[in-house]
Design a binder for this molecule. Structure first.
Ligand code: PLP
Length: 287
């Protein structure tokens, strides 16, 4: 559980999380009309913050919401939020909703002031047991919309998918659109077969994952090639390894897919190299 720490960011000020209030007419609440980011911080330092800002600005632009702050102000606010909560390793949530209008109209009123909210939580590194055992995934049909490249707060699709995955005893849903791999319900997906690593390309069906880029850097550092190409559903069942990647989970190995062993049914050797190198890269960038 990502329990919120004591201080949050609300419209440019750091306030007590328990005192933060927004209007019930906020379009983020009524329509899911807004975008968000989740940024990991290690040792009090946000990791790949610029890439997260780029994606936030892309989403704001796509929804035609005015970016409330210049880049430097955004960065200063993130640092204030981290400092107010005592630094260390944390997950940071940043949300920009279109704001509250005078009532409820699908078409936004012009010149609404966006609502900016941010909070953070302690980020625990995955337990050794999870790293040893790997996670389990369920393959589900992607029921989300056609603009999954926008990190919008309208997340009821992934919520339903996560509930279904849990009902099937799985930690994550791996989503397919017909015969093709889309992505995880909250992660990028990689497959390995006979030493070849593949991940699907960017498209409107997938979030441009920042951790996917980090894994790309890790693979470069290891001298391993990455095939960026569509991945078929049957390749997932035939894979030697599957990994999921996201900002708060880094790269985790999937040991079971729909209850069947992936490869040998435990985290594989390529994942192990990636995981170790990921830790080194993180430490370098956080020091
Ligand atoms: N895909 C989806 C649908 C996600 O929700 C997430 C993260 O929450 C990711 C991929 C991974 O993105 P990132 O690596 O930027 O955290």
């Amino acid at each position: 559980m990502a329990e919120a720490l004591l201080h949050c960011l609300l419209n440019g000020a750091i306030v007590a999380t328990s005192d933060a209030r927004i209007s019930p007419l906020d379009r983020g609440f009524l329509f899911g009309d807004g975008v968000y980011e989740v940024v990991p911080a290690y040792n009090g330092k946000p990791f790949r913050l610029e890439a997260h800002f780029e994606r936030l600005l892309f989403g704001l632009d796509a929804l035609e919401i005015v970016n409330p702050y210049p880049r430097a102000r955004w960065a200063a606010l993130v640092h204030e939020l981290i400092a107010a909560n005592g630094g260390g390793d944390m997950g940071i949530y940043l949300q920009v909703a279109r704001g509250a209008g005078k009532g409820r109209d699908f078409l936004p009123e012009p010149h609404i002031k966006p609502t900016v909210f941010g909070f953070c939580w302690r980020l625990a590194t995955p337990k050794p047991e999870l790293l040893r055992r790997g996670i389990s995934a369920a393959m589900l049909e992607d029921i989300r919309w056609q603009r999954c490249d926008i990190k919008t707060v309208a997340l009821v699709g992934p919520v339903m998918l996560k509930i279904e995955a849990k009902r099937r005893g799985a930690d994550e849903a791996i989503l397919v659109r017909g015969d093709r791999l889309a992505e995880g319900s909250s992660s990028a997906v990689f497959v390995v077969k006979e030493g070849r690593i593949a991940t699907p390309p960017a498209s409107h069906e997938r979030l441009p994952s920042i951790t996917r880029l980090v894994v790309g850097d890790v693979l470069d550092a290891l001298g391993l090639l990455l095939d960026v190409r569509e991945v078929r559903r049957d390749e997932l069942f035939a894979a030697d390894e599957i990994w999921i990647a996201s900002s708060t989970r880094e790269a985790l190995a999937v040991a079971l897919l729909d209850g069947k062993a992936v490869g040998r049914g435990k985290p594989g050797p390529v994942w192990r190299r990636v995981f170790d190198e990921f830790q080194k890269l993180k430490q370098r960038e956080a020091s």
